[in-house]
Design a binder for this molecule. Sequence first.
Ligand code: ADP
Length: 270
Amino acid sequence: MNARTLDPTERLIEKEPYYEPVGEEIALFEAAYRQRIPVLLKGPTGCGKTRFMEHMAWRLQRPLITVSCHDDLTASDLVGRYLVKGGETVWVDGPLTRAVRCGGICYLDEIVEARKDTMVVIHPLADDRRTLAMEKLGQMLEAPAEFCLAISYNPGYQSVLKDLKQSTRQRFVALEFDYPSAALEQRIVATESGVSDAVADKLVRFAQMTRNLKGSGLEEGASTRLLVHAGKLISDGISPVTACKSAVAQAVTDDADMLKAIQELSSSVF
Ligand code: ADP
């Protein structure tokens, strides 16, 4: 297959994904893309990294291939493997290979979760070589100019075992993501969930209170994603306090005292 032939499964995103920029991330990503430098998105879960990638794929008119990394994910899962199909052994490309072949954007979400052997395939793709070694096929693929590698990582979950090595991180241009400012987050929550500005404002204030609990027994405060979930429940007729309990409090903790504390916060706002 020609390196630039689009597989029918690698569709382009046709409709603009709604994305509110929080800084210069769009211009930075576009410049890195033109300069063929891979991109590292840093930030907590649920703050817009995936949506940003969808938006950029739409802007750049490239297919987006997203892989959610987990602790069993190996290099073969990314590159591909031989499978037996109807008695025949056939080679099946993995998502990273598909992205390289079609000149797409490969987004490896939560890269530190993946097995260490994945770095062996990522490193040569993430520097000047821009090559993908397909060891089992005995082939080397050169990435076309349109190919882009992006990875994400949440520094908040950092541990000695799950840290991004300098040899990896120093290959990427880093874009920092965080929860948007209150006014912006209110707009996002209202747009995404259909609640009024007044309700969105209260949800954001509630979220900020939970974020202040980070480090005092709470691993992570309520993300924008959770506020959108709560907003959607409210739009569908659920009372705000119940929506905050199910969509936010229960999502961030199992601890009974912490649950009670978070529920008290939502009752004080609504
Ligand atoms: P992440 O990939 O960082 O975990 P997502 O991109 O999935 O987070 O964001 C979660 C949800 O929050 C999105 O589906 C969207 O509804 C909303 N969201 C967060 N940030 C933005 C933003 N800047 N613009 C538009 N929507 C956003």
